[in-house]
Write a new protein. Sequence first.
Length: 85
Amino acid sequence: MPKIEIYTKFLCPYCARAVALLKKKGAAFEEHDISTGGPKRAEMLARAPGATTVPQIFIDGRHIGGSDDLAALDRAGGLDPLLAA
C-alpha cells in the first residue's frame, strides 16, 4: 500500500474533490488539515516549494500537486499504478 498524504483546509472545494477521488479509488490516506497554519503548513511548504495552495498531494513521497493534477493523472491512467504499488 502506498503512503498517501494530502494537505487540506476546511471548506476547500478542491480539497473535497481530491479526497473524494482518493476515496472512490479505495485509497487509504493521511489528511493534514492546515486551516490554522502551524507546523504541518510549514512542512507542506518545505516539501512542495512554491506551492502555497491546497490541496497538496504526495504519494510515497512523490509530489503529485493539487486537485487538478491528481485528476489529470487519473485521466491519463497514471494514478491507478501508483495506488497499486
